[in-house]
Design a protein around this ligand. Structure first.
Ligand code: HPA
Length: 404
């Protein structure tokens, strides 16, 4: 691992612009999410005012959207080791914990490894994180630092194609998941792995835009950490949304269904393994998976927003293949009204953590075998987009009703 950082520092050193001192320096920074960012020194005619390699690498890291340093390699010219200058030590401290390793290198490789604390025994940490660097701060601190006045009451999890809900958030502060320790990595969650904080219908909300599905290879508890964290920060209501296939005759694409209960056929559960008693009980009750009062609130929200809403049971499979007509017939016998590939694990984790839960499905298609047309993901997404405006109206009225 460190060897690749060394190699990248040595490579970039060759591109340094140091015609005045002839002392070329290369720096490579590994960000907390694994990306490597490099920089070389850049002099100018007033050369003491040039840029150090470490400062250039930090700038590259920030431009890429990363804000946490996990490891650093620095290589100068000749056999004397090049340690970051005083200014650069402090610059590194802005984004690195004092324990972060700094590899001092020469032509032969890494010669000495020190920590930032070794180089900067009495450092300033960034005040906006209570003296902690972003690398030390936990997700709650990052959220508090970026949205200090907002105490989310309601957490919304958005289904794929329902991102326009996030666009309806007033005063939105957006934090990519990669800046939040414990949140799923964007490589799994897709581009829209982000937390949006703001107000919907006047109610402070936290929107998890981008969930992790089992079919992507994600783990069953991928969304559990973020849900627990937001619960700990004071949110009490969890609203999950999804796109789903409809099992009832006569439900057209675009139908909205408030979820009354769920059937978990994924064969997975986010709570397997050791139980954290501080979060919830070993065997949580699921009798009222979807809160009775909140189920009534959908009806009131429907009246207020003039958006019709049905009610039914959501059944989840892992996907990614759509169901066969025989499976759909079986699911109807089981009592399902909608089928999809998400949501149920979040509601299990949510109930365990003490949320009252509500769910809304946008029916994007008749389930397999209920119409002549084969299922097509492109059409599912298109219906999702078309239905999103109504979904936003209903959801806003619901959040006002439920979370105010
Ligand atoms: N089946 C499973 N998941 C879905 C469907 C479906 O028909 N439509 C949208 N998501």
């Amino acid at each position: 691992m460190s060897d690749d950082l060394y190699r990248r520092a040595r490579e970039v050193r060759e591109r340094a612009y140091a015609p005045y001192s002839n002392y070329k320096v290369g720096a490579a920074i590994r960000g907390a999410s694994g990306g490597v960012h490099v920089g070389a020194n850049v002099e100018n005619a007033a050369y003491p005012q040039g840029n150090c390699a470490e400062a250039s690498a930090i700038a590259a890291m920030i431009s890429s959207g990363e804000t946490r340093i996990a490891e650093v390699a620095v290589i100068g010219t000749g056999s004397a080791l090049c340690t970051p200058c005083g200014g650069c030590r402090q610059r590194l401290r802005e984004f690195a914990a004092e324990t972060v390793k700094i590899h001092l290198c020469d032509a032969k490789g890494i010669r000495k490894t020190v920590t930032l604390a070794d180089l900067l025994p009495m450092s300033f940490g960034p005040d906006h994180l209570g003296g902690k660097s972003p690398a030390e701060a936990d997700a709650a601190e990052v959220i508090r630092a970026r949205a200090p006045k907002l105490k989310p009451k309601v957490v919304l999890v958005l289904g794929s194609g329902l991102g326009s809900v996030a666009d309806a958030i007033k005063g939105a502060v957006t934090i990519p998941y990669k800046d939040l320790p414990g949140f799923p990595r964007p490589s799994i969650a897709g581009h829209a792995g982000r937390l949006v904080l703001g107000r919907l219908g006047g109610v402070p909300v936290a929107v998890l835009q981008g969930r992790v599905h089992l079919y992507e290879g994600g783990s069953a508890d991928a969304m559990t950490g973020p849900l627990r964290l937001l619960r700990k920060m004071g949110a009490k209501t969890l609203v999950v949304t999804n796109a789903a296939g409809g099992l009832r005759d006569g439900w057209k694409p675009g139908t909205l269904m408030a979820i009354s209960d769920q059937i978990n056929l994924t064969g997975r559960n986010p709570l397997t393994g050791p139980n954290d008693e501080a979060v919830g009980p070993r065997f949580p009750d699921m009798t009222e998976a979807y809160d009775r009062k909140l189920r009534k609130a959908w009806k009131a929200a429907s009246k207020k927003s003039r958006v019709a809403v049905e009610e039914g049971v959501y059944l989840a499979v892992t996907g990614p293949s759509y169901e066969t007509p025989a499976e759909i017939r079986a699911f109807r016998q089981l009592g399902a009204d909608a089928v999809g590939m998400s949501t149920v694990l979040e509601v299990i984790a949510g109930r365990h953590a003490g949320y009252r839960c509500a769910g809304l499905s946008l029916i994007t298609n008749p389930a397999a075998g209920l119409s002549d047309a084969p299922l097509d993901h492109g059409e599912v997404v298109a219906v999702g987009r078309n239905g999103a405006a109504r979904l936003v109206r209903l959801l806003t009225a619901f959040v006002e009703e439920a979370g105010g």
